[in-house]
Each structure stands twice: as structure tokens, then as C-alpha cells.
Design a protein around this ligand. Structure first.
Ligand code: IVH
Length: 673
């Protein structure tokens, strides 16, 4: 079948438009059409390509994920070696660098430098041949890297074809940059992994590296990766005069360049900008570990040349790291609500970045072995941003021989059950549902505010009740007697009565609270509310089929599977029966009008958001029951103000509509996500 010319033209037009809007969105951070209009373009293109599959080309914006999983990565050479940078830690060292350059060039004139945030991610090289993205690789040892083309193709900010609107494209461009994960995206990813009982990533850098080195590109595609480009390898068909001009040209080609990049004359200005970046650092949504200073003039760069491992024309002016040194006294195991066992380092307290730290998660046994961390070791501790402290590495030179390697116990340190480790998982679990910390956390969850809301029954009291043998499981809560409470430390007549009354009151509850309280894997507050709204009664939900659940927007196969499995288990059905027998009454409807956290609230967005896409933000609002409007009105609850806001801001101020920052928006939706 031949493809009609009109169709071919339309397909080309659609691709061009989509590529242009990607560029506006990802590179300029200034979209010019609405998400809906953008989706419509993609939808139309997909339909045409489906009808005429012979028109599909690898650079079509629909073709980001496609490659099947591979068995291992191919090695590819870097034609121009990917060097590293010398470090400087003090202004004096940076001045010395400037002096060296002047001496080398035999000049006393001030040098012009580019000043670039040093991204803490992983370096990659992208090859564009006649504008087409043909090969992408990791840095590897600088000479050879791994072919991760299929994975890089899934990163939306990487153009599959360079834009030629503003600047002709070169025959060959090897462009270099840093793949990273935004802090907020990292936090979300880890939250999700924690809900799924998967091992957590230690920091955004590890998360980005782990995501890029996935053998299955479909996995990478689900990870929120980003990129900034900052350098070049071989280039033919184009000449750059300066580093600055090169970066400006990258942008015209649709390649993302860090907007905090500057150029300035003289090293004093560089030092000042480093100070400024230090101050900005905690507020950035990505991790930087310093500022790279580069001689701007490429001809001068050429004259300066390179040493074995690093160029003479650049230096990394590092930030003082939030690091500390201390000793590991012990490695203990903590048991989570799902039974996951996490080794935790107990350390001599040490101040790191202004906070005293005495514990750090070691994630899992493999991680301890990989870093060779031993009990008694002196270690470097790091706190990156608001991330939990981590052990960077042991100081081997301080070892005395008395350090003991950590051995993962075979049995649960609390209940003595044999620990299990599923194939392919890094985590050991205690399989005993009644293991003390598991039980205590399960009950504490059941009574918590968002669940059954029993006031006065915090984790400490729950532990007391279990220890005293008063309760052995959730339903026992409802047969606690006053004399039981009076036998506990800290309880008197009045407080015992209050607690009993609170327990009594909790018997009248709503379906969503009850479902959330059960602690079914993947059923958080929002999912519980979705289920309650759809099924109305517990009975109907208990008899629902997988398909019925999956048909609900916001519930995927994994969640549906987990729910069906939970209700199919005898012991869980029994638990429900015991709770109902104890007198719990589930009202059909939720009593609260705002069943969903943002129910009845309308949001408007202005300016560009830095940590999530406009579309994601809108979906988030909708999934929490809120509405999204395109214009500010009197009924607007919040105007979310991104960078470079438009006229909506003035209008909101005039109407007295509350404005919130992106950060506040994220916080508002955080615990609900
Ligand atoms: S220039 C020869 N610019 O830092 C020049 N590197 O130690 C070498 N990095 O492997 C790279 N941000 O992963 C350059 N704006 C930036 C950078 C940057 C981060 C990383 C890169 C490289 C390492 C050098």
C-alpha cells in the first residue's frame, strides 16, 4: 500500500511540531501549548503511524521505547577520551589555577571563564550523525564506555533528532553531559519502592546510575531521568570559538544546558559565583558537588592542552561536603512493618552538616559487602541534602585488625524465625506476621489518625499493651478492659477511661478508613478512598474480581493483584470477621465531604515547574480529588506559581487567591501521594 502524500506531509508536520514542543518544554522550560493540545498531536501521530507502519522511522517521537531487553552492554570507544577534572577546595587553590594558566599563556590579562554547576550524576556521551541520535554511552574508564543507547532514548529531554530551525546541524556531533535524577523525583521513586518493599536507593546519583544501567529499557523509561549537556568530543561540520558559544548552540539544537551557567572575566568573579552557588545549592532540585571553571576561548584551551587524566584549562571548585568521620559501634537489624530487615549502623554521634548523626541505614547485606563495612570501622558519613545519612566508605588505613565483618543472621533477632530472601531481592524478611516490631507497627498503623483514629494510642502504648500480653492482634484492641490499662505504667483512672472511650468511638468508621487501616500492601489513603467510592460496601469489595479493580482509574495491575490476594486469604477474612464481631460498624459512605484530600479544591498553574511536568502535577491534583482550571477565578483555591509566572499571578493577587510555590504544592500533596 502506498502512503498518500497528504498523509506523509501530515506525519512530517506532526513530528516537527512535537519535536519543537519538546524543545520548548525540556530545553527552554517555556511551553507554548497546553498539555492537552500536545497530547492530541502525539495521539494523531500515533494513529497515523499505526495505520501506516511503513512510515515509522527511528527518530519519530513515538519511538522512544522499543528496544527489547539486552543481555549485556556492548563496549564502545570514546574517540576523544572523556577526561576528569582536577579538584580545588579553597579560593587559594582556584587562584593558583588562574595563575598557572596566565603563566602558561604568558599573559597578565584577566582570563574569561565559563562557570558551570558541577552536576553530581553520571557522565555520558551522545553521538549525533547528521542530526540523528545514533549512539549513547557511559563514561566507563574514559576511553571505553558501555552502549546504553536504548536506555538514553527513553529520556524525554534527549532529542532523537537535533533541531535545525535556528542553526544548521553538523555532520557529526559527539556531545557530553551528565544524566541525573531530580531530588523530588528521587524521593518519590524511593517512596514508591518503600511501599513495594523494594530496596531503596541511597541517593539520587545511585538511583540515576542504577536506572541508566538497566538491561531492559522499559525499566529505564519508568525512571525519571534528566540530562544537562556541557561539552563535546568530535565535531565535524561546525566550528565553535568558545565554550559559551558552544553551549548556546547546543540549546538551539534542542540540547539541555544548565541555566545557571555563566561566563565572566577574572577569577575573583568565579570565586564570588561559587559562593552564590553554595547558597543556592540546598534550594536546587538536583545535586551539585561544585562549580566547574573552564577557560572560555577554545583556542586557548587547545594551547593549554591536557595532562594524562585532566585538562589544564578547567578545574572543579568543589563545595565543602557535609561529611563526617566516626566509628561504627555495632550493626543492628531493624524490622519493618512488612517484615523487611534493614541493617543499621550504630555510630559514635558525629556532627554532619549541622546535624548530629548516630545511625545510618546500610540498606542491605550486599551493600555492606560491596563497601566492605565492618563493625569497629572508622567510616566517612555523608548527608546529601535532606537524604538520610549514609556510610560512604570505611577508612581502611585506620583498621587495627579488631574489626569484625558483618554476618547476616539467619534468624530474626526479635522472634527467632528463619529469615527469608526471595530470589532476585536484596532484602531479607522476617516471615512471622506476629514478630514484635511487625505486630507493633501493624497495630500502630491500624489505630493511627488517618486510619481508625484512636486518640491516645500511640506506638509506645501499643508496645506496652503487647508486652503486657493484653493484646496479641488488632481485634484484641476492642476487648481491652479498664483494669488492663490501670495495670500499665502511665495510666490513671481518667486516662484509661479516655482511651476506652476513644476505642469505642472508633467503632463507627468509614469504609475508606477501615481499608487503609488493614494495612494491605499498596493500599494507601488515596487507593482506599478510590475503592470506597467505587464499591461502597466492604462486601462488594471483598467479592470484586481483579478486572473490576483494574477498571478503576488510578489502580494498576499490581495494586489490584495485591488487594485480591489479601482478601482471598483465610486469615485475613477471619481478621475482618473478628473486627466486625467486635462491633465495628462501617458506614456505607464516607462521612467526610472531602473524602479525597483535595476534594472540591481547584488549582491553577502558572510558570514552569522544575520538579515535575505540568501534566503530572495536574494528574496529581485530579487523583487527589481536586480540579484543575486554566484561568484564575474567585473560586480558585490555589495558584501554583512556577518559574517565570505569567499574568495569572497578578490576577490572583488582585482577586485575593492564595498563591503557593512549587515546593509548597509538593508538600501539600506529599503525604497523599
Ligand atoms: S567537563 C575535560 N563540566 O565531572 C572536562 N564535567 O571530574 C571534563 N561534571 O566526568 C568534564 N558537571 O561527570 C564538566 N559542567 C560540567 C560538569 C562535569 C559535572 C562531571 C563529569 C565528569 C566529572 C569530571
Amino acid at each position: 500500500m502506498t502512503v498518500p502524500k497528504e498523509v506523509l506531509d501530515r506525519i512530517q508536520k506532526l513530528r516537527d511540531e512535537i519535536n519543537y514542543h519538546n524543545y520548548r518544554y525540556y530545553v527552554l522550560d517555556a511551553p507554548v501549548i497546553s498539555d492537552e493540545d500536545y497530547d492530541a498531536l502525539v495521539h494523531e501521530l500515533k494513529e497515523l503511524e499505526e495505520k501506516y507502519p511503513e512510515t515509522i522511522t527511528p527518530d519519530s517521537p513515538t519511538q522512544r521505547i522499543g528496544a527489547p531487553p539486552s543481555e549485556k552492554f556492548r563496549t564502545v570507544p570514546h574517540h576523544v577520551p572523556m577526561l576528569s577534572l582536577d579538584d580545588a577546595f579553597t579560593p587559594a587553590e582556584v587562584e593558583e589555577f588562574d595563575q598557572r594558566i596566565k603563566r602558561f599563556l604568558g599573559t597578565s590579562e584577566e582570563i574569561e571563564y565559563t562557570l558551570e554547576p558541577k552536576m553530581d550524576g553520571l557522565a555520558v556521551e551522545l553521538v549525533y550523525e547528521n542530526g540523528m541520535f545514533t549512539l549513547g554511552s557511559t563514561r566507563g574508564d574514559g576511553f571505553n564506555g558501555e552502549d546504553v543507547t536504548a536506555n538514553l532514548r527513553t529520556i524525554p529531554a534527549i532529542p532523537l533528532r537535533l533541531l535545525s530551525r535556528h542553526e544548521p546541524i553538523p555532520e557529526l556531533l559527539e556531545v557530553r553531559g551528565e544524566v541525573y535524577m531530580e531530588k523530588t523525583a528521587f524521593a518519590r521513586l524511593n517512596e514508591e519502592r518503600s511501599r513495594q518493599g523494594l530496596p531503596l536507593f541511597a541517593n539520587p546519583r545511585n538511583a540515576a546510575a542504577g536506572s541508566l544501567r538497566q538491561l531492559d529499557p522499559a525499566v529505564t523509561a519508568r525512571r525519571p531521568l534528566q540530562i544537562f549537556l556541557y561539552g563535546a568530543g568530535r565535531v565535524s561540520g561546525h566550528r565553535f570559538k568558545t565554550q559559551w558559544e558552544m553551549l548556546q548552540t547546543f540549546k538551539k539544537w534542542g540540547l539541555r544546558v544548565n541555566p545557571l551557567t555563566k561566563k565572566d572575566k577574572g577569577i575573583k568573579k568565579a570565586i564570588r559565583y561559587h559562593q552564590k552557588l553554595t547558597e543556592m545549592r540546598p534550594r536546587l532540585d538536583y545535586e551539585i558537588d561544585g562549580m566547574v571553571i573552564k577557560v572560555n576561548d577554545l583556542a586557548l584551551q587547545e594551547r593549554l592542552g591536557a595532562k594524562a587524566k585532566s585538562p589544564r584549562w578547567a578545574i572543579a571548585f568543589k563545595f565543602e561536603a557535609a561529611q563526617g568521620i566516626t566509628r561504627i559501634k555495632d550493626i543492628i537489624l531493624s524490622v519493618g512493618r512488612t517484615g523487611a530487615i534493614t541493617p543499621v549502623a550504630v555510630m559514635e554521634p558525629v556532627k554532619v552538616g549541622g546535624v548530629t548523626v548516630s545511625r545510618a541505614t546500610l540498606h542491605n547485606e550486599d551493600e555492606i559487602r560491596r563497601k566492605d563495612i565492618r563493625i569497629g570501622d572508622w567510616v566517612i558519613i555523608r548527608r546529601a541534602g535532606d537524604v538520610i545519612p549514609e556510610v560512604v566508605r570505611p577508612l581502611e588505613e585506620r583498621r587495627t585488625g579488631r574489626e569484625r565483618p558483618f554476618v547476616m543472621p539467619e534468624y530474626c533477632p526479635v522472634c527467632g524465625s528463619r529469615l527469608v530472601r526471595k530470589p532476585g531481592e536484596a532484602i531479607y524478611r522476617c516471615p512471622n506476621p506476629d514478630c514484635f516490631p511487625r505486630l507493633a507497627k501493624r497495630i500502630a498503623h491500624f489505630v493511627s489518625k488517618a486510619a481508625m483514629d484512636i486518640e491516645g494510642l500511640g506506638p509506645r502504648v501499643v508496645e506496652q499493651l503487647i508486652t503486657a500480653g493484653i493484646i496479641r492482634d488488632v481485634p484484641d484492641l476492642y476487648s481491652i478492659k479498664k483494669s488492663d490499662l490501670l495495670s500499665l505504667e502511665g495510666f490513671a483512672e481518667k486516662s484509661a477511661e479516655n482511651l476506652l472511650q476513644a476505642i469505642e468511638n472508633s467503632k463507627h468508621t468509614t469504609l475508606s478508613r477501615f481499608l487503609f487501616a488493614l494495612g494491605i500492601r499498596h493500599v494507601g489513603e488515596v487507593t482506599a478512598q478510590l475503592l470506597s467510592r467505587r464499591f461502597k460496601t466492604l462486601d462488594r469489595l471483598m467479592n470484586a474480581r481483579r478486572e473490576d479493580l483494574e477498571a478503576i482509574e488510578g489502580i494498576g495491575p499490581e495494586v489490584a493483584g495485591s488487594i485480591v490476594k489479601w482478601f482471598s486469604e483465610e486469615k485475613n477474612r477471619n481478621l475482618i470477621k473478628r473486627l466486625l464481631d467486635a462491633g465495628i460498624v462501617i458506614e456505607g459512605q464516607d462521612e467526610r465531604p472531602g473524602q479525597l484530600p483535595l476534594q472540591g479544591k481547584s488549582f491553577v498553574f502558572t510558570g514552569s515547574l522544575s520538579s515535575l511536568k505540568r501534566k503530572e502535577a495536574k494528574e496529581l491534583v485530579k487523583s487527589l480529588g481536586g480540579q484543575v482550571q486554566s484561568t484564575v477565578g474567585k473560586k480558585t483555591a490555589f495558584l501554583v506559581v512556577g518559574e517565570r509566572p505569567g499574568s495569572k499571578l497578578a490576577k490572583a493577587e488582585k482577586l485575593g487567591v492564595k498563591t503557593i510555590t512549587e515546593q509548597e504544592f509538593l508538600e501539600m500533596t506529599r503525604e497523599k501521594r
